[in-house]
Design a binder for this molecule. Structure first.
Ligand code: MIC
Ligand code: SF4
Length: 655
């Protein structure tokens, strides 16, 4: 039987298991990436594992999330990351050089290769045929040491693209349409592979906008085949030798199929405050807009900013609206400056930020109270902008720029009809992305030979093995779609503690209940209860590490998001699945216990545990886990498990 593109790459990298949906596979990782807010823990765990050198073909450490360094702690983190990257053999991208996914796409992404990254939008280079997966930090540490990456073989969904996008409809609208149809949990356990005649109508940057935001569907990853457009793009990036042709075999079989007619796509927005609350712009037209931001790893590329610049040429933005451009990479910003486009935008009233994630996670440019912000980003979870009760719309650069010009949400087709000289900007790729490499330090250029720790760089927290029994109160009962932004918010004043778990843990679930961390500390443990899709969004392992630090032993949820589920195992927390009836019955403060020998049952492969609530009623909670995941739980988490494996390898006689 023929293979899909996904299967071809997986088969080339398979070191354990078989490509059967729902079974665990281990694959070899060629490249890894990490960023500043997950990276400190990646390197601390790399060291704690006793690893001495990066063993993959390429590792890159980016500093992109908190580049304003408004506290010495952030600056110390960046210095630690530079020194760790230099010591162990990774590339180092300086703060301000750009967002990891954009810079990685420009400098390193390689069709046919595998990439693992400690950021949920790692799948971005799927748009040029790389099989890229986001994970928790310790998975990256272990992979960087040369070990395989394990995950459950997902279903492969054929997303068949027909037709061609009409003027003013964009790649952003394609992914918003998928979110409208499938919702934020519609992609769990799936890889989306794009096929069909519509593929060749999309440029590589358009493809990467889509693959970036497929993350919002909860999918494992997504991928496009490669073609002349990929070859041409790599040529312009100055890396023609990285091109390989990747096409599905003619008899490849998919587990499912969705069809999207590009010619029917219209300008859309995701309304506040979930990426799947998608409506046509025309439905919300007239809503006053006070802030517009072009940027992020979804639409912060040269092509996105240029599209906006063309719309702004010889015009001025509305006096009641602020407009900010945060370029995805300094290279893009450099090109746009050399070509005069940045000056054009400044003249129109635009402010330029550093090439950073910044506003995407509430670091700077926090919207005003009771105001609407339109952003070209990928997430608009409530409060993520830094303002509780915010109203953030996600849109294409075209829709965002139309809002800046008029001060209100407006379909750009309607604006073009009003201003008869406003042409759809389309996508223009530069002949060559010939930017400076000054901010990208190769392992050979490294300036440090040992990690430099400031006072805020803490220790890796550890937990003991899963106990014989589990007993504690339900410390918090939550609803559906709780994001990792709820569990550990990413605002500037909290981000600076990502390397200091005891301090960071004080903020755990503070967005849901400010008293949570103190109550958990006092109770010395307990359990959490949640509805569907618990832990969606970011890959930050801190959302499992901090609950672990506070003594949380189990999370009882109706379903879990992929990366967070893996992180719970990695930090020794039992992720148990409950049905809706049990969810409805459990109340906050209930006393929950699992009295059987939990540790023994986990190792013996038990798939269900009886939970007892207040000695009044019982219910079943399922544990769907592989052997490896059970061993990790029993060891008390991934770090201890990996150390145990290494110790048992060493105790084996050499051949
Ligand atoms: C995000 O978009 O939520 C982040 C911030 O990039 C996170 C990573 C982090 O929390 O450090 C992600 O997507 O994984
Ligand atoms: Fe940065 Fe936002 Fe992209 Fe996350 S989603 S990597 S915070 S730009």
């Amino acid at each position: 039987m023929g293979k899909t593109v996904t299967e071809q790459i997986l088969a080339d990298h398979l070191v354990d298991g078989e490509l059967e949906v729902g079974t665990e596979i281990g694959i070899e990782i060629d490249q890894v990436l990490t960023q500043d807010t997950t990276g400190t823990m990646v390197w601390l765990q790399f060291e704690a594992l006793g690893l001495k050198e990066v063993e993959v073909d390429l590792a890159a450490q980016y500093c992109d999330h908190q580049t304003y360094q408004f506290d010495f702690k952030n600056t110390d983190d960046h210095r630690f990351l530079r020194s760790a990257a230099g010591t162990f053999g990774a590339h180092f991208s300086r703060p301000g050089n750009g967002i990891c996914h954009q810079v990685h796409k420009e400098r390193f992404a390689k069709p046919g290769a595998t990439l693992l990254g400690s950021d949920s939008h790692t799948p971005t280079p799927g748009g040029l045929g790389q099989l890229a997966i986001g994970s928790g930090g310790i998975d990256v540490s272990v992979a960087m040491g040369g070990a395989p990456y394990y995950f459950e073989m997902p279903e492969i969904v054929n997303v068949r693209l027909e037709g061609e996008l009409p003027p003013w409809s964009t790649a952003k609208d394609v992914i918003l349409e998928l979110l409208r149809r499938l919702t934020v949990k519609g992609g769990v356990g799936k890889i989306f592979e794009f096929t069909g005649p519509g593929v060749e109508t999309l440029t590589v940057p358009e493809r990467t906008t889509i693959t970036n935001m497929v993350t919002e569907l909860g999918a494992t990853t997504s991928i496009f085949p490669t073609d002349e457009r990929t070859r041409d793009y790599l040529q312009r990036l100055g890396r023609p030798e990285d091109y390989v042709l990747l096409q599905p075999d003619s008899d490849a079989e998919y587990d499912d199929e969705i069809s999207v007619d590009l010619s029917e796509i219209e300008p859309l927005v995701a309304a506040p405050s979930m990426p799947d609350k998608v409506v046509p712009v025309r439905e919300v037209a007239g809503e006053a807009v006070e802030q517009v931001i072009i940027g992020s790893c979804t639409n912060g590329g040269y092509e996105d900013i240029l599209a906006s610049a063309k719309m702004l040429e010889d015009r001025q933005i509305n006096p009641a609206t602020e407009m900010i451009v945060a370029p995805g990479s300094k290279q893009a910003a450099e090109l746009l400056s050399r070509e005069g486009w940045s000056a054009e935008m400044m003249a129109a009233g635009v402010n330029f930020s550093e090439a950073t994630c910044g506003a995407c996670i509430g670091v700077g440019h926090v919207p005003g109270s009771n105001s609407v912000s339109v952003r070209t980003f990928n997430r608009n979870f409530e409060g993520r902008s830094g303002l509780e009760n915010d109203a953030v719309y996600l849109a294409s650069p075209e829709v965002a720029t139309a809002a800046a010009l008029t001060g209100e949400l407006i379909d750009p087709r309607d604006l073009a009809a009003e201003l008869d000289d406003l042409a759809p900007p389309g996508i223009e790729i530069p002949d060559t992305f010939d930017g400076s490499r000054a901010d990208l330090i190769t392992p050979e250029e490294a300036v440090d030979d040992e990690p430099i720790r400031g006072p805020n760089i803490g220790e890796v927290p550890l937990r003991g093995p899963v106990g014989a029994d589990i007993a504690g109160n339900v410390l918090l009962k939550m609803g559906d779609n709780i994001t990792t932004d709820h569990i550990i918010p990413a605002k500037g004043d909290i981000l600076m503690y990502r390397s200091n778990i005891p301090k960071l843990a004080e903020f755990t679930l503070s967005r849901v209940d400010e008293t949570f961390a103190a109550r958990a500390m006092e109770a010395d443990g307990g359990v959490l209860v949640a509805g569907e899709n618990y832990g969606q969004g970011s890959s930050r392992e801190h959302a499992a590490m901090c609950p672990m630090y506070l003594g949380i032993e189990a999370v009882l949820a109706m379903s879990f998001a992929r990366i967070h589920r893996a992180n719970l195992f990695n930090f020794g927390i039992l992720p148990l699945v409950i049905d809706e009836e049990t969810y409805e019955q459990i109340e906050q403060a209930d006393q929950i216990s699992i009295e059987e020998d939990v540790a023994g049952a986990v190792l013996a492969g038990a798939e269900s545990f009886t939970i007892n609530a207040n000695d009044e009623w019982t219910a079943e909670a399922a544990l769907d886990a592989t052997h490896r995941e059970r061993d990790i739980l029993a060891a008390g988490g991934r770090l201890s498990h990996t150390r145990q494996l290494a110790a048992s390898d060493e105790s084996q006689p050499a051949d």
